[in-house]
Design a binder for this molecule. Structure first.
Ligand SMILES: Nc1ncnc2c1ncn2[C@@H]1O[C@H](COP(=O)(O)OP(=O)(O)OP(=O)(O)O)[C@@H](O)[C@H]1O
Ligand SMILES: [Mg+2]
Length: 511
């Protein structure tokens, strides 16, 4: 048997999923494309996470595009963190050019240019579905993280959240939180309530928290907090059998890595809490892709990193796959890297000693191969070629295969601004989240309370003592009956789930 025949037999016996699968490309041996070898990934193990790595310009983003398209064909929706803003073209059909023609003729696969259903999403003012969360959903710990608070300030933040919970003050947007902080700092009743139940807190610390919120508002974080908060179930759309590609445009996040990692973590947590356990469904429910993933880990604190690590581990059982796209595998922390089942490794360049070490480390982590000199070939892989190793349906790593990737069927270039206008104008989801609802929340309730108090207490101080508890009971009922109150109850339940998770919890009374 020739080496090529052995390669075909060997690879085909390992890359032969019985169930549903997607094809990323064809195997290569000695620089030649072997059309008899399909590099196929079973859908069953797509929730076992993965990595797409490689030097700049080697084809990572295009591989991501191909992957997302194939999942869409299989009816699986995706969420793509598009940091450089270069994936919107998925919404339009590709056009055949010489490059693509050549690529497809080499693979022997048919090229059928087509577009895919896309939703654009944003947390800034850009066009698209507005992703929002309430301050309460975000929780005191994550919020402290993005505000850069120290440990003392973080525990004060947790107390303030607890106080709002006890006093039925829904924290929806940043105005609510600012108002509460002012109330417990400056208002005699607020001050007393806080001190009676939780001990006295230095006004200087409260002032520092308030200032950090104002600073964050100046960075444009206001748009993110509010209602309606984004329902992660809306990420699960399919259209005409194709999974919707949700493209989250985070072009402006590069300068705020801390905000980015906190946001991603809150998204993981929300997905984890919302979706039921999937069992062994045979295919993933949703797949997340994080391009430029080094930003996620760059400035993350140890706690944040270990929380991300835990979430990556837990979220798998919900049928969610997470894929990190970055230049070198070493950008991803060891504990997360070791959880990744699929690895698509584009070329690495060994210019410096450090580069060479990274190459050795990457190669060490791949299955040994008799068909390639991996540490040499890894530096010479062509654009749109990669080393691939996946997990077969039994969860066993498949052999390393030099893969010639197919090309995207959708446009490899971005959308024009008028195409973006059309796309967002026709989206039901954009409409659903367009309006910012300002329901009655802590801000309005406290304003009312301060007003009522000056009316009842000041003219006849003796009545104040009896009037106050009554007034509070009345208010509690009003809050619960109002729609904001219902949301508040819901978010309490979610916070409860977070507490159970032991990640963001406040040690809730109600379980
Ligand atoms: N599968 C492919 N089919 C056709 N062309 C490809 C493919 N992969 C890469 N290319 C070509 O290579 C170029 C660079 O690819 P891509 O943008 O995916 O690189 P990258 O690794 O994401 O780079 P960066 O690190 O700069 O983001 C593409 O613009 C395209 O022309
Ligand atoms: Mg890229």
């Amino acid at each position: 048997m020739s080496n090529k025949e052995k390669f075909i037999t060997d690879l085909n016996s390992k890359y032969n999923p019985k169930g549903d699968h997607i094809i990323l490309g064809k195997g290569m041996l000695d620089g030649e494309i072997v059309t008899d070898v399909n590099v196929s990934i079973p859908l069953k193990t797509v929730n076992r996470h993965g990595l797409i790595a490689g030097a700049t310009g080697t084809g990572k983003t295009k591989t991501l595009q191909v992957f997302v398209e194939q999942l869409s064909h299989a009816g699986i929706p995706t969420l793509v963190m598009d940091i450089k803003g270069d994936l919107s073209g998925i919404a339009e059909s590709g056009t055949e050019n010489d490059n693509i023609k050549e690529r497809y003729s080499k693979t022997g696969l048919p090229y059928s240019p087509q577009n895919f259903p896309v939703e654009l999403m944003t947390i800034s003012g850009a066009k698209g579905v507005k992703l929002r969360a309430t301050v309460l959903e975000f929780g005191p710990i994550l919020l402290s993280k993005i505000l850069g608070l120290n440990d003392t300030q973080q525990s004060i933040m947790s107390i303030v959240f607890k106080y709002c919970d006890d006093k039925a003050l829904p924290l929806v947007d940043l105005n609510d939180l600012k108002k509460v902080l002012q109330y417990v700092t400056d208002n005699p009743i607020g001050k007393k309530e806080l001190a009676d139940d939780y001990g006295s807190i230095a006004p200087a610390s409260l002032g520092a928290i308030l200032r950090s919120i104002v600073a964050m508002e100046q960075q444009g974080a206001t748009a993110f907090f509010g209602e309606p908060s984004f329902d992660v179930e809306d990420l699960l759309q399919t259209r005409d059998g194709k999974g919707v590609v949700n493209i989250f445009r985070v072009d402006d996040i590069q300068s705020k890595p801390n905000l980015f990692s906190t946001f991603i973590l809150s998204l993981f947590a929300e997905i984890y809490m919302t979706f039921p356990e999937e069992g062994d469904s045979g295919k993933p429910k949703l797949v997340l892709f994080i391009d430029e993933a080094h930003l996620l880990f760059k400035e993350a604190s140890k706690t944040l990193l270990s929380q991300i690590e835990t979430m990556v581990k837990l979220i798998r059982s919900k049928g969610i796959g997470i894929y990190f796209i970055t230049q070198i595998p070493g950008d991803v922390p060891e504990n997360i890297l070791s959880q990744l089942g699929l690895k698509i490794q584009h070329a690495l360049r060994g210019f410096t000693g450090k580069d060479k070490k990274e190459i050795d480390k990457a190669v060490e982590n791949y299955p040994t191969t008799e068909f390639y000199n991996a540490s040499e070939l890894i530096q010479n892989l062509g654009i749109g070629e990669a080393f691939v190793t996946a997990l077969n349906e039994k969860g066993i790593p498949t052999p390393l295969v030099h893969t010639y990737l197919i090309s995207p069927e959708s446009r490899m270039d971005i959308l024009t601004s008028s195409e973006i206008d059309d796309l967002t104008r026709n989206s039901d989801l954009v409409r659903k989240y367009e309006e910012n609802i300002d329901k009655e929340s802590a801000y309005e309730i406290l304003n009312k309370r301060i007003e009522e108090h000056t009316q009842t207490v000041i003219p006849t101080p003796t009545r104040g003592r009896t009037a106050q508890p009554k007034e509070e009971a009345g208010m509690f009922e009003t809050v619960l009956k109002s729609s904001a109150g219902r949301t508040f109850t819901n978010t309490l339940m979610r916070e409860g789930a977070r507490a159970i998770l032991g990640m963001f919890g406040l040690g809730r009374r109600k379980r």
